[in-house]
Write a protein that binds this ligand. Structure first.
Ligand code: SAH
Length: 223
């Protein structure tokens, strides 16, 4: 008899299989996103493609495609899939745009943007999160995304202007620097407020900005 058998360890709890994860992702898009008000086919295709679970720790993979945000460390969260979809759709990306993201977090939203636009610039305040996002994005082949550690409220003046800006944390008021870094016709999607937050879309016109409000939301504060 093989003596190794006597030293067998406790069985390791099994995570979801690749097939289960792929089906979870399909169900996420069908149940949480198509059923609500996201119809942009390019956005839906990106959400079907990008493996959200890869941006989470393996012990979270079983809930990676659930209808909720999840913790990613440092008191931060990966946004609810529907909110990622809604914000991305609001940018009306056609392909080829230069996009600024504030709040890289896990890097999941960053990857979705990379699927839909040309060049992505993303700023994160917490160095550890930025490094973690970098390594996951590299592993998944998104190596031409530009990440930077810093305060996103100042935008990224050296790379401005941008066709679109997405902010994933809520300021009390929209930072002027971000509006100033939009091209004419460009859009800024941003949650605004403290306790009662609204997701706002600011569009730059020849003579000023117009604002539309998309939904009541709950984001971590922009620090
Ligand atoms: N889109 C991300 C969500 C991240 S949560 C995802 O899906 O994973 C918001 C992120 O904004 C956090 O990582 C937080 O650290 C970051 N953040 C907060 N204030 C910031 C600031 N002033 N500048 C840049 N990033 C900021």
């Amino acid at each position: 008899m093989n003596p190794i058998r006597f030293f067998r360890k406790e069985p390791v709890p099994k995570g979801p299989s690749a097939g289960e994860l792929a089906r979870g992702r399909e169900r996420m898009v069908a149940d949480q996103i198509v059923r609500r008000d996201v119809e942009d086919e390019r956005v839906l295709a990106a959400l079907r493609k990008v493996e959200r679970h890869r941006f989470l720790d393996p012990h979270q993979w079983a809930s990676a495609y659930g209808d909720h945000p999840l913790p990613i460390g440092d008191e931060q969260t990966i946004s609810q899939p529907y909110i990622v979809a809604l914000m991305t759709q609001a940018l009306s990306l056609q392909g080829g745009e230069r996009v600024l993201e504030v709040g890289t977090g896990s890097g999941y939203q960053t990857a979705i943007l990379a699927e839909l636009a040309g060049e992505i610039f993303s700023i994160e305040l917490v160095p550890r999160l930025s490094e973690r996002a970098r390594s996951i994005l590299d592993e998944l082949g998104y190596s031409d995304i530009h990440l930077r550690v810093g305060d996103g409220r100042a935008g990224w003046p050296e790379q401005a202007p941008f066709d679109a800006i997405l902010v994933a944390a809520a300021p009390r008021e929209v930072p002027e620097a971000l509006l100033a870094q939009l091209i004419e016709g460009g859009r800024l999607v941003i949650p605004v407020g403290v306790l009662n937050q609204e997701l706002e879309v600011h569009t730059r016109h020849e003579s000023g900005f117009s604002v539309t409000r998309l939904a009541a939301v709950r984001f971590v504060p922009l620090r």
